[in-house]
Design a protein around this ligand. Structure first.
Ligand SMILES: NC(=O)C1=CN([C@@H]2O[C@H](COP(=O)(O)OP(=O)(O)OC[C@H]3O[C@@H](n4cnc5c(N)ncnc54)[C@H](O)[C@@H]3O)[C@@H](O)[C@H]2O)C=CC1
Ligand SMILES: O=C1[C@@H](O)[C@H](O)[C@@H](O)[C@H](O)[C@H]1O
Length: 339
């Protein structure tokens, strides 16, 4: 069976995922595209022989769409996801699931009322081979009980429109999601401290930021977010346990020896760093949809959890580094919890 996907939002990542669905993943076709920029929708749709439809609601209702991909701007996600659930169609929503905890809970409630999982949120780190190997090592007990995680998330630069709260909402949110999954533990407090700001970028921006999280079992996580580090896109993660440690590998790269030096190139963006993860994420999502199975990737609950944890980090940033307790509802049994 070919899964016919409709795409809402034909911008940067929407176009990349359309390429992925049409050129990389087997068993999928993009049959409809919509964008509030109608000319862009028409151009992108024509490239893959899809229909350009006027609105997200039209696309979700289309009989030629089996599953929906939401890659529009964050504040619009919840509406499209709720419409897809109402239509009973599987929906892959790029992060964030919604920009407020209330909207995330509306999605969670709608999905629970539907009775089976339809939603997958586009946190892709858990599909990266390095993180998957780390999880296997931790789950096998090879480093003993995890105690501390050291992480860094560095981007070479960001545009002027990037604001200080986006360090949590847009950037650290990936670590927040992947560490909950990696440790199989919940984050219960957040603290954000700002060292001297880099002079290499815009004066309005608090960059870098040091974020500290504590999990329910007492693991302490330290995360440096530095989005104007200049030198490259660099993701580091090391988990220290009672009997050893496990470290995320850097991407494979040739070593060059020349002019008395030895080095490897550093990647420059997330697209290259997580290309394999995105491919696997979509391969597994399409396989699940084709089989009529529930998605296996991050759930609507994970989307809610990420939003409330980033809310706590933002509150800490705005209160000069106070330790903020995460205000999370008990996890329902529907999502593997006890409530
Ligand atoms: N998983 C990841 O690592 C990444 C995820 N993202 C997420 O993907 C989403 C899109 O990001 P970009 O592609 O960078 O943005 P973008 O601005 O390049 O593209 C968004 C597109 O959505 C369209 N749009 C906005 N509202 C719409 C609506 N209601 N209906 C139809 N079209 C609408 C815009 O006209 C634009 O063409 C964001 O939520 C972002 O956080 C972005 C980059 C990386
Ligand atoms: O999602 C992403 C961006 O939106 C964000 O701005 C970057 O910092 C992340 O590395 C990237 O994965």
């Amino acid at each position: 069976m070919t899964v016919r996907v409709g795409v809402i939002g034909a911008g940067m990542i929407g176009q990349d995922h359309i390429r992925r669905l049409t050129e990389v993943v087997t068993g999928a076709a993009v049959t409809a595209v919509t964008d509030i920029d109608a000319a862009r929708a028409a151009e992108v749709a024509a490239r893959v022989g899809a229909a350009a439809l006027p609105t997200g609601a039209d696309l979700i209702a289309s009989p030629d769409v089996d599953a929906v991909l939401v890659t529009s701007w964050g504040p619009t996600h919840a509406e499209h996801v709720l419409n897809a659930i109402a239509a009973g169609k599987p929906v892959f929503c790029e992060k964030p699931l919604a920009t407020t905890a209330e909207d995330c809970l509306r999605v969670v409630d709608a999905e629970r009322a539907h009775g089976r999982r339809l939603v997958q949120v586009g946190f892709m780190r858990g599909f990266d081979p390095g993180y998957r190997q780390m999880k296997e090592v931790i789950a096998a007990g090879a480093i003993g009980t995890p105690l501390i995680v050291h992480c860094a998330h560095r981007n070479p630069t960001v545009p002027e429109s990037y604001t200080s709260v986006m360090a949590a909402q847009d950037t650290a949110v990936h670590e927040i999601d992947v560490l909950r999954w990696l440790l199989d533990d919940e984050i219960v407090t957040a603290q954000v401290i700002t060292p001297r700001a880099t002079g290499k970028r815009f004066a309005h921006l608090k960059d870098p930021q040091l974020m500290y999280f504590e999990t329910a079992s007492g693991v302490r996580i330290g995360l440096e977010v530095f989005v104007n580090c200049q030198y490259g896109y660099d993701i580091q993660c090391e988990t220290v346990g009672e009997e050893g440690l496990v470290r995320l590998p850097d991407p494979a790269a040739v070593g060059v020896r020349s002019a008395g030096r030895h080095g490897t190139a550093v990647l420059q963006d997330w697209k290259g760093r997580f290309a394999d993860a995105f491919d696997t994420e979509f391969r597994e999502w399409i396989n699940a949809v084709a089989a009529g199975a529930e998605p296996t990737g991050p759930s609507a609950w994970d989307g809610y959890a990420a939003t409330v944890i980033t809310d706590a980090a933002v509150r800490s940033l705005e209160t000069d580094g106070q330790v903020v307790t995460v205000d999370m509802k008990p996890r329902p049994a529907f999502y593997g919890g006890t409530a």
